[in-house]
Design a protein around this ligand. Structure first.
Ligand SMILES: Cc1cc2nc3c(=O)[nH]c(=O)nc-3n(C[C@H](O)[C@H](O)[C@H](O)COP(=O)(O)O)c2cc1C
Length: 164
């Protein structure tokens, strides 16, 4: 069966974007970067402050990004950096805004040393009726082995270039 693949992610400093692009190079499909209506500041400290405030209050920033025909995809890769132990607010906005019931979700996370912490649990809470595959967790943007890591992970979750 030909599966429709969507890769959707948020990235502030480019690491998650880099992983998303590698996944896309290997399996194709559509790739979309989530953009909040109000972008996060360029300054790291200011971004930390806004992120902390939003996460503490559970705020989900409105997105500029619109995704048409989400129902036509049967596997959705969702990428997020670890922000304060959880998924970045634009990813929470995406998960809350779209109905992903009965979809297969392949999460990929990047982090700065703490691993995925509560990222998977919090993602699951926002799409309780989706089938969540084993997540890929990468330290920052990964190093030279990123293609191998992604490739091995795709095989592990049963998504290979020749069966998507
Ligand atoms: C606002 C903010 C909060 C962060 N909080 C954490 C954290 O709690 N744990 C962690 O391991 N890394 C944390 N990081 C580091 C990022 O997860 C890491 O650098 C990630 O690869 C960035 O992805 P990006 O380049 O796609 O934005 C944080 C970074 C930012 C900007």
């Amino acid at each position: 069966m030909v599966k429709q693949v969507l890769i959707v992610y948020y990235s502030w400093s480019g690491n998650t974007r880099r992983v998303a692009k590698v996944i896309h190079e290997i399996i194709g499909g559509d790739i979309i970067e989530l953009e909040p209506e109000v972008p996060y500041p360029e300054s790291y400290t200011a971004t930390l402050e806004r992120a902390r405030r939003e996460i503490q209050s559970g705020y989900k920033p409105p997105l500029k990004t619109r995704i048409e025909g989400i129902e036509s995809y049967n596997i959705i890769f969702i990428g997020s950096p670890n922000w304060f132990g959880t998924i970045a607010p634009p990813v929470s906005s995406f998960l809350s805004q779209y109905n992903l019931s009965n979809k297969t979700i392949a999460p990929f996370f990047t982090h700065g040393g703490r691993g995925m912490q509560r990222m998977l649990d919090d993602l699951k809470k926002l799409c309780p009726y989706s089938k969540i595959l084993l997540p890929l967790t990468i330290y920052r943007g990964g190093r030279d082995d990123i293609r191998n890591r992604v490739y091995r992970w795709l095989i592990e979750i049963g998504v290979q270039p020749n069966n998507v």
